[in-house]
Design a protein around this ligand. Structure first.
Ligand code: TYM
Length: 327
């Protein structure tokens, strides 16, 4: 059975972009792949974080993933820092990664602009830790949003280099990117992707936004000129809203265009808001119930880490022997 690995950072509450670009696929892939999913707390430390907030976010994100359908009976779910091999492999991969390659990473360039006061080594090395995450588990497929494609390409390059130098060790992973939903855009600016780090919370729908907030955010979402509801590159803001509607309702774009023919943006947006509210409310109910049992969540994560560790330790045995360390 092919192996799937992916991960997300515990930085606040995930938004619809995280769900549609990553989580939705992660849940679907559980049915036919051997899946491992990680909450990457070490990656989250590349921007300044309050320790108590981080602790809470890790548990909150775990609860939210379960509420969205990740099932610990079908997949392994664990916290990255609970498996020390991630940091060790990252160090070894660093020795084969060129600074010039890391300087090309879009995310590093963007984040350095966002946080000019804290461009730290962790931020620069972020893609190599990500490569370690993926390569530790002999991953075939990595479900991700469009923004992470470059990091998976670098992972493939590092793996190829290692295999050339030390013999076949790592599987070359492939990015698994959804046709629609891989790049959900900001509700306020269709040229920017939906992101937690955006200056205004109006630009994204968090998976924990209440019904009133969702309705208000969608009502205020920017639209394009003209009142026709059609999917078109000339209408990027509307196309983004249509993509969200399509993915959450399973209605095709053609069905949606037909349904809103001759009707205005107002009606379209108010129906979309109800689709989002109906999608989020059962998730939020399950989330609240799960958070009431933190001990159970901790046990589930520590069981996940134990299962992940078995695979990671076995990979590291090979890797250490390859490179000439360890006995
Ligand atoms: P994070 O937490 O920033 O994002 C988690 C996932 O959400 C996707 N995503 C989006 N998809 C569509 N539209 C958007 N607007 C949008 N915003 C975010 C991201 O592409 C990602 O798939 N670097 C990873 C975390 C990571 C990882 C890994 C992923 C660390 N190690 C190994 C895969 C494999 C990240 O971006 O997390």
């Amino acid at each position: 059975m092919q192996r799937v690995f992916s991960a997300a950072q515990p930085t606040g509450t995930p938004h619809l972009g995280n769900y549609l670009g990553f989580l939705k696929q992660a849940v679907e892939l559980q049915e036919s792949y051997d899946c491992i999913y990680s909450i990457v707390d070490l990656h989250a430390l590349t921007v300044p974080r309050d320790p108590d907030v981080l602790r809470n976010d890790i548990l909150g994100v775990a609860a939210l993933y379960l509420a969205c359908g990740l099932d610990p009976k079908k997949s392994i779910l664990f916290v990255q820092s609970d498996v020390k091999e991630h940091a060790e492999l990252c160090w070894l991969l660093n020795t084969l990664t060129k600074i010039s390659e890391l300087k090309l990473m879009h995310q590093f360039k963007e984040k350095s602009k966002e946080h000019p006061e804290s461009i730290n080594m962790g931020l620069f090395d972020y893609p190599v830790l990500m490569a370690a995450d993926i390569l530790l588990y002999n991953t075939d497929l990595v479900p991700i949003g469009e923004d992470q494609k470059q990091h998976v390409e670098l992972t493939r390059e590092i793996a190829r280099r290692w295999n050339m130098r030390f013999g076949q060790t790592f599987t070359l992973p492939k990015a698994h990117i959804a046709k629609t939903g891989a790049r959900i855009m900001s509700l306020l600016d269709p040229a920017k992707k939906m992101a937690k780090s955006a200056s205004s919370a109006q630009s994204y729908v968090s998976l924990l936004d209440d019904a009133h907030t969702v309705r208000q955010k969608i009502k205020r979402a920017v639209t394009d000129s003209g009142s026709e509801i059609t999917l078109s590159p000339a209408k990027p803001a509307l196309s983004n809203l249509l993509a969200i509607y399509h993915l959450l309702s399973n209605k095709t774009f053609v069905e949606l265009e037909a349904r809103y023919k001759g009707r205005g943006y107002g009606e379209f947006k108010s129906d979309l808001a109800e689709v989002v509210v109906a999608f989020l409310s059962p998730i939020q109910e399950r989330y609240t119930a799960l958070l009431k049992k933190p001990k159970k969540l901790h046990e589930m994560l520590s069981d996940g880490a134990a299962r992940a560790r078995i695979i990671a330790v076995s990979t590291m045995k090979k890797v250490r022997a390859n490179i000439g360390i360890g006995i």
